[in-house]
Design a protein around this ligand. Sequence first.
Ligand code: UT7
Length: 332
Amino acid sequence: MRRSAILGTGFCVPDRVVTNDDLAGLMDTSDQWIRERTGIEERRWVREGQTSVDLALPAAQQALEAAGLKPTDLDAIVFATSSPDHFCPGNGVYLQRALGAGHLPALDIRAQCPGFVYGLSVADAWIRSGQYERILVVGQEIQSTGMDISNAGRHISVIFADGAGAAVLGPVDASEERGLLSFDLHTDGDFAESLWVDAPGCMYHPRITASQLEEGRHLLQMDGRDVFRHAVTRMPESATAAVTKAGYTWDDVHLLIPHQANLRISEAVQKSLNLRDDQVYNNIMRYGNTTAATIPIALDECARSGRLKRGDLLVLTAFGSGFMWGSCVIRW
Ligand code: UT7
């Protein structure tokens, strides 16, 4: 019996720091409002011309180095993003080209905030089945180019940001007591329009019109209260289901990394699960909400800082657009 384990992690954020005061100069907001409602102090946005590869490649290279592997050791790429450089092909294709890893398969996953967790589940299934051995899973986003940077979009543009995180997975023997133990994944399409980008879309003739652009329908739209309300119930529910499925209780869990949507959401999740501060990791203060990248960025910080130690029981949980949500339990 074999399972998959994370062999190395890495992350990369743009060097352009955008502070709350910077945003207050662009729209009617304030450092105090943003800190109080979201916990965010600063975030990173790309500079003009930067692409998904500029973020995903360094993250992937770090993850490979941490795993002691070369790009040519990889068998597949699973790339989670909700903000691809192009409508088609997917971002995984551009990373494959940049990585120098040969003609390996590269699969894009569109699962928004839980995209990295969904990506782990695909890689885990491929490794368990014996189809592939070593898989690079990436969560990467460039949200800053798709937001309304004005008063009308201020509830969105103060939150979302850009970044990439990566993990290399490989097979371990189940007797090693290490690796990915369980998943819990869900979708509720009744809320597809609560957090979405309407256009361009193939259902439109043409796919985008001047009036759609004028109305801002190519920009991220969000009913923040709806997302908040569902996130604070779905994440604890799903994380608990994954912990139970793995055969554990919350007393056994060393660390929870919740999707970094809003610090208030993470605090509500922690409270509802009755977890201590040392059991929950948050870094949204420094990076904002980087959608599919929040969890792998946090994972790399925890791995490198020693916050995660070999043998620790780790839980990942995320909720976002779709609505889609999911959790994963890992023995580190
Ligand atoms: O990754 C998962 C996806 N996203 C999320 O998880 C986000 C979930 N939602 C949230 O985090 C919160 O709903 C927000 C932080 C987005 C908004 O906070 P809120 O407390 O739900 O605010 P609200 O949208 O209900 O707006 C309250 C007030 C409104 O003013 P009035 O109508 O009461 O006068 C807004 O216009 O706050 C105003 N407001 C702002 N004021 C200053 C909204 N955004 C801002 C802003 N600065 N940036």
